[in-house]
Ligand binder design. Structure first.
Ligand code: FES
Length: 114
């Protein structure tokens, strides 16, 4: 992941403006409990379309991989952080979640028994 190469291009790289968009335990550079797994709502924060994955790196276009919303062109990086100058006002929302086991994630709940 190339999560540190585009910070100046992001609207809210540290999710400071809208901390309610993610649980406190994902307030880190990858916005994840485990950096190898991004758990993010697949709903654009502009008008709710489904962003598409675009993980190919295209240095000539200054694209480091991430998500592209086909409805109005919003772009998000690999941690779901929104780029500046696009219609989406905030980063993609991260729901509450927790790992029940190394290979099982419970989404929608982050406390209590599974
Ligand atoms: Fe995604 Fe408008 S709904 S950019």
């Amino acid at each position: 992941m190339l999560l540190g190469q585009n910070l100046d291009e992001l609207a809210d790289p540290n999710s400071d403006e809208f901390p309610e968009q993610q649980p406190d335990y994902t307030a880190n550079a990858t916005r994840a409990v485990k950096p190898e797994f991004l758990v993010v709502e697949g709903s654009c924060t502009h008008l709710g379309c489904a962003p598409l994955e675009d993980f190919d790196l295209r240095p000539s276009e200054n694209w480091h991989g991430g998500f592209f919303c086909p409805c109005h062109g919003s772009r998000f990086d690999l941690a779901g952080r929104v780029y500046k100058g696009v219609p989406a006002p905030t980063n993609l929302r991260i729901p509450p979640y927790r790992f029940v086991r190394d290979d099982l994630i419970l989404i929608g709940q982050d406390t209590g028994a599974a």
